[in-house]
Structure formats: structure tokens, C-alpha cells
Design a protein around this ligand. Structure first.
Ligand code: ATP
Ligand code: PAF
Ligand code: BAL
Length: 280
């Protein structure tokens, strides 16, 4: 059976309040729809850890710095609802834009530091949009736990800091990146790749994996990164936007192998921007 779809905060809150009065915990999986196995893995994890699970589907205009990207973002609500029925989740919250941003809306949540480099630099305003909507989604759903994918590693760190800084009563759970069998991280934007682009795309993950193996074997960071960038370009990617080795939590550049580090990359293929990251 398809889970009930709520469009207004008021109707969703009535249902959630009833759950809470029965002492039940609420897990929330925020998404922008066009669901795939990556999203479903988050929902399944929430299913095992919470009494009630809500998946939110909202293509948040505030986090798109590129209007073309927003226009082209895939929207597949019926298929999404059918997939969520297989988990199953208890509710889908898919509000219209004016329910989230009614006339007169004028608050911005901006997380300093961790949101500034990498994605923050390449997509100005993006993380303000994410932090604002995630704060609102937690408030709207009365979430006890929020589930986020490590595929968007920087986003996960931004959300962790947001929750800490604002004392939001939500526990954040970071979930492993789900990949296609050839290594490509699943992403809603992958459907925009041509068959030729799709065949080249796994090189992004392969290059990151090779570079981290080399670093562990003693190759200097800089050389390993340069080789990875060359491998990605040689495979036919149009542009490598960044490949960086960073402190895993603060995302400050790090050459300290004794601390948890993360290698993160963004690259363009077929006019599609792919991101990925792995631990070092
Ligand atoms: N392959 C994946 N493995 C695990 N989690 C994922 C994966 N892809 C997305 N997620 C997580 O699902 C949540 C919703 O992401 P979103 O709706 O943006 O999907 P997406 O596939 O990342 O789309 P996009 O094309 O915008 O990158 C985020 O927490 C994201 O990190
Ligand atoms: C967390 C999120 C749903 C906020 O719009 C979005 O950034 C995403 O899909 O990762
Ligand atoms: N998956 C992160 C949301 C975005 O790319 O806008």
C-alpha cells in the first residue's frame, strides 16, 4: 500500500503528534525525490531504528545556485511513492514550495566554516539553502532522528554542525554511500548521463580509490591527487572541479595522516556534475 502523502505541515503534525503521544520515535529521511537504492537504504536504516519513518520529498529551490539545474531536476513522485511502499515508510511529506516558503518568509540559516570550501565555494548559497530547509524540515516533522548519506559528505558535516550549534533535539545518522556494481555512487542526476558518459563515470570512484591506496602506501598526497585528476580527465571527463584531501569533520586542508581524512571530488561529464568522496 502506498504510504499517505502529506502536503501541509498542519496535517502532518496532527499525525506525528498522535505517534509521539503514544511514545513512538520518529525518523526522518530528507530527499529531493527521484529515489534510488541510496535513498531507500537510508529509509531502511531508519525503519530498523525508529518506530515511525517519514520521507520528505522537496526539491528545495533555495539550495539551487543554477536555475537550469533546478528546472532539469528529475521529478518522479508516483514512482517514489511506490518505492517507499516497499520499505515501508509510514508517511511521505511532499509540500508545495509555498508551504515551505510562504509569502513573507525571511529567515536564513547559515553555518560558517565547514560549509565554505568545496561545494560551498562552487555552489554559492547552496549550503544556506540546505541548512535552512533541513532546520525547517526537522521542525515540521518533529524528527527525533535524521538520516543523511555520506555521498554528500560535506552536507552531512554541515548538518552535524547545525544541529550541534542550534541544540536541535535531533540525532543525525550518517549512512554509507550506495554504489552501482561498477562503483559509481548512485545519484538522481546520473539519469542525465548519456550511455557513453555512464560508461566513463565509474572512473571518478576508481581514481579516488587508487589515490587513497597510493597515499596509504606512502606516495605524497599531492602526487596521488595529481594522478587521480589526470586519470579522470584521460577517461573523457570534461572538467575536474576539485579533488581535495581534507580533515573529515572540519573540511580544512589536512596533511596529517594521524587524523581522519576524506578525499572529495567533483567533476563534470556530459554536462552533469558528479561528486564522490571516500575515507583516506
Ligand atoms: N548513493 C547514495 N548512497 C547513500 N545515500 C545517498 C546516495 N545518494 C543520495 N544519498 C542521500 O540521500 C539524501 C537525499 O539526497 P538527494 O535527494 O539529493 O539525492 P541524490 O541522488 O544525492 O541527488 P543529487 O543528484 O541531487 O545528488 C541525502 O542525504 C544524500 O546524501
Ligand atoms: C538534504 C536535502 C534533502 C535538503 O534539501 C538535500 O540537500 C539532499 O537531497 O541531499
Ligand atoms: N544531494 C545534495 C543536494 C543537491 O545536490 O542539491
Amino acid at each position: 500500500m502506498t504510504p499517505p502523502i502529506f502536503r501541509s505541515v498542519e496535517s502532518l503534525r496532527d499525525t506525528v503528534r498522535a505517534w509521539k503521544s503514544a511514545g513512538q520515535t520518529v525518523g526522518v529521511v530528507p530527499t529531493m525525490g527521484a529515489l534510488h537504492e541510496g535513498h531507500l537504504s537510508l529509509a531502511r536504516r531508519a525503519r530498523t531504528e525508529c518506530d515511525r519513518v517519514i520521507t520528505t520529498i522537496f526539491v528545495n529551490p533555495k539550495q539551487f545556485n543554477n536555475p537550469e539545474d533546478l528546472k532539469k531536476y528529475p521529478r518522479t513522485e508516483e514512482a517514489d511513492a511506490a518505492l517507499l511502499a516497499t520499505v515501508p515508510v509510514d508517511a511521505i511529506f511532499a509540500p508545495p514550495v509555498d508551504e515551505v516558503y510562504p509569502e513573507g518568509f525571511g529567515t536564513n540559516v547559515s553555518v560558517s566554516g565547514v560549509s565554505e570550501p568545496l561545494e560551498g565555494k562552487m555552489r554559492p548559497g547552496h549550503f544556506d539553502g540546505v541548512a535552512t530547509v533541513v532546520t525547517k524540515l526537522f521542525g515540521m516533522t518533529l524528527a527525533d532522528r535524521g538520516y543523511f548519506g555520506q555521498k554528500d559528505w560535506q552536507q552531512l558535516q554541515v548538518v552535524l554542525k547545525l544541529v550541534r550549534d542550534l541544540n536541535l533535539p535531533v540525532q543525525i545518522v550518517g549512512c554509507e554511500t550506495i554504489r552501482d556494481p561498477d562503483g559509481l555512487a548512485m545519484s538522481s542526476r546520473n539519469v542525465r548521463l548519456t550511455p557513453e558518459g555512464r560508461a566513463k563515470a565509474p572512473v571518478l570512484y576508481a581514481a579516488l580509490s587508487a589515490a587513497t591506496a597510493e597515499i596509504r602506501a606512502g606516495l605524497p598526497d599531492r602526487m596521488a591527487i595529481r594522478e587521480a585528476a589526470e586519470q579522470i580527465r584521460a577517461a573523457g571527463f570534461d572538467r575536474v572541479e576539485y579533488i581535495e584531501l581534507r580533515d573529515a569533520a572540519t573540511l580544512i586542508p589536512s596533511d596529517d595522516p594521524t587524523r581522519p581524512r576524506r578525499m572529495l571530488a567533483a567533476a563534470w561529464l556530459d554536462g552533469v556534475r558528479l561528486i564522490d568522496n571516500i575515507p583516506v
